[in-house]
Write a protein that binds this ligand. Structure first.
Ligand code: CIZ
Length: 305
């Protein structure tokens, strides 16, 4: 396997030169994919890198909405998604039609849309947010009511920290929603000195008991600054690879065995090489949607920068 990966890495280096490409990998990708990437990060970091790099081709190792976000911010570049099956069930839990109906029902509310959504839904929103800036985005709005889509757990986490009325959409991440407070209690008993950090897409009873509720970027920072020698991590298992690599002197344990996103795991090193070789699976966003979606993302960047 080692030898096979080395051969793939060699082919990838050549292809990167041929196609003037960079490889971006989300924090939830397999370790081998993260190691082959030029940049590893969360979806927003990676989209901003896609804008900044000079390369003409971006291979986005993540799920569909992430490649779309990169494409809507960097439309002049060819954004490749190595595996077209890599979709995000949460992003598909709200459609444009459903959002239009909800807007009628909550006419006095602003619409805040989590980055885990399609470009078409972003285009129908007032502003976007990520898990790291959701509270700042909500608090920046003039309206007192906010329709928050599509993740209900993130909406609930924000509602605990703001005076605004948050109307949550009933979407959920199929990986994070499985984490239970029994797992938190068990980890506490087993490792009483180890902090437990979880993602805000986890259920409210889990986020309520954790020592930190953090985006993946927040977890990277927390891990490097924490004094603790062992940290329990409640997010997708791919995150452990990066945390361990950047903090070899510390130990990271997964809070729950169920923290595996099947969509993130579709992308393998072989598929990355194959997609770049064939220059296939290029993700584009129609211009009318792109323009409106990019505006909602830009408004978010104006709040968080
Ligand atoms: O925005 C992202 O990359 C996701 C899905 C999670 C996070 O917290 O970074």
């Amino acid at each position: 396997m080692e030898e096979e990966n080395l051969q793939l890495m060699k082919r990838l280096e050549k292809l990167k030169k041929t196609h003037d490409a960079v490889i971006l990998a989300h924090n939830y990708q397999w370790g081998e994919v993260q190691d082959a990437a030029d940049f590893v990060g969360d979806s927003l970091d990676l989209s901003q890198i896609a804008v900044e790099v000079e390369a003409k081709t971006i291979v986005f190792c993540g799920v569909h909405f992430m490649a779309e976000s990169a494409s809507l911010l960097a439309p002049e570049k060819a954004v490749i998604l190595p595996e077209m099956l890599a979709d995000c069930p949460l992003a598909n839990m709200i459609t444009v039609e459903q959002l239009r109906e909800a807007r009628k029902e909550y006419a006095d509310a602003s619409v805040v849309t989590y980055i885990n959504s399609s470009a078409a839904v972003k285009a129908e929103s007032d502003i976007c947010c990520t898990s790291s800036n959701a509270l700042a985005v909500v608090n920046s709005l003039e309206q007192d009511r906010v329709l928050f889509v599509p993740d209900a757990n993130l909406a609930y986490h924000v509602s605990r920290q703001t005076d605004k009325e948050i109307i949550p959409w009933k979407g959920y991440c199929i990986t994070h929603y499985r984490v239970t407070s029994a797992e938190v209690n068990w980890a506490r008993k087993m490792y009483p000195d180890s902090p437990i950090i979880v993602h805000p897409e986890c259920p409210p009873e889990v986020t309520a008991e954790a020592d930190g509720v953090l985006s993946t970027g927040g977890m990277v920072k927390y891990a490097s600054e924490a004094k603790a020698k062992r940290i329990i991590v409640g997010t997708e298992m791919g995150m452990l690879h990066r945390l361990q690599k950047e903090n070899p002197q510390k130990e990271f344990l997964l809070l729950s065995n169920g923290l595996v996103c099947p969509n993130m795991k579709y992308t393998t090193l072989a598929k990355v090489v194959d997609a770049l070789e064939k220059k296939e699976n290029i993700i584009t966003v129609p211009e009318d949607i792109r323009y409106k979606a990019a505006k909602a993302v830009q408004l978010m960047l104006d709040v968080s920068n």
